[in-house]
Design a protein around this ligand. Sequence first.
Ligand code: NAD
Length: 422
Amino acid sequence: MHKIKSADLPISVFENVQIQFDEAAKRLNIETGILELIKSTKRAVEINLPVEMDRGGLKMFTGYRVQHSIIRGPSKGGIRYHPDVNLDEIKALAAWMTWKCAVVNIPFGGAKGGVACDPSKMSQGELERLTRRYTADLIELFGPEVDVPAPDVNTNEQIMAWIMDTYSMHARHTVRSVVTGKPVEMGGSLGRREATGKGVLITVKEAAKHLHMHLSGSTVVIQGFGNVGSMTAKFFNDEGSKIIAVSDVYGGIYNSKGLDVPKLLEYVAKKKSVVGFPKTHPINNQKLLELECDILIPAALENQITKANAHRIKTKILAEGANGPTTPEADKILDKKKVFVIPDILCNAGGVTVSYFEWVQDRMGYYWTEDEVNERLENIMTKAFQDVLEMSLKHKVNMRVAAFMVAIKRVVDVIKLRGIYA
Ligand code: NAD
């Protein structure tokens, strides 16, 4: 039995994933032992990393790598640098990766890593030393057939380049496929940077068709303006949607007539924040989520829509660009309000899908055009959406429960074929 936390206790993100899992698993006729096996974390490692700081002296950082599942293939998942990173969060994010890779039916298990640090207060040199030490200390856990990292919050192509180089220096030869989300010059895939945002757009388009809505002229609100949020804003703007509000960690901006997205992207490239963008009103992150709109896209962190604010959400579609933005209690409220939720493990799976393409291309040593990447992404995301929608309609469950049902079934099918090695 899961205990629901009272409002004054921090919400355990890992507990949230397990509640989501149970909600779906109880509708599938699967042996309890198998369910316990696929639900549990395969391996979790915590390390302490000494880093030489620019001003002299060492500073210790705590890092994690969690491999949730390797049943369907090598474990796959990003690395997060953030002051709040902790084992509970990384375990949750690793589990979501298992279910996400299964929803889009790519041959990976799930993993996640992170370091508790504040990259905004660190120099490039400090970040490089931290990244290389993290990689070197965990080197046995990584490998193209073992566990393949990628970017997540506050990590980027440069950090992936350092991981690839460190791993390769130890291997004594260049191993491109050990990490995805790399710069294109060194084996990254065309279209990877845009992939998560593009995937969000593809799934929302499918949802809009199902709900008889039009994207052109629809109003969109986006929380978070990093890789996922900014690309999503660009793609919805290209579709003729009106982006009425966006935010980042420093605050939000709002204009009911719509934001000039190309100019906003230029502004953010210079100022490193959306705050202060001309012809907009400031709005805080809480109020932003409660704006009336057609499509609400959380693209920042977990636990943003909770039982405290879910009843004030006024959107038709909630498209989860971020991982875990909605708590299980909030889900129940949104169901009652008939909000169509496209769950994270489906909505933001475009990133890992093109990461998979990058891994494939690196292993072939042959690279696809951007059009080829985008066409394959569209095929996979559309099929995944339709698989989940079909499950949802067949079992009369919401899209999150349906996505977990699709994913659990796929993992169980493989574990049954593989059997339990004793
Ligand atoms: P990022 O570091 O590029 O951007 C994060 C954004 O969120 C920044 O604009 C930051 O200012 C903002 N932010 C941070 N804390 C905030 C807060 N408390 N309130 C409002 N905004 C806040 O990270 P990203 O790669 O865009 O990832 C965002 C989310 O999407 C995460 O949940 C991540 O796990 C998920 N995701 C990312 C990818 C990917 O390919 N990068 C793929 C799938 C899912």
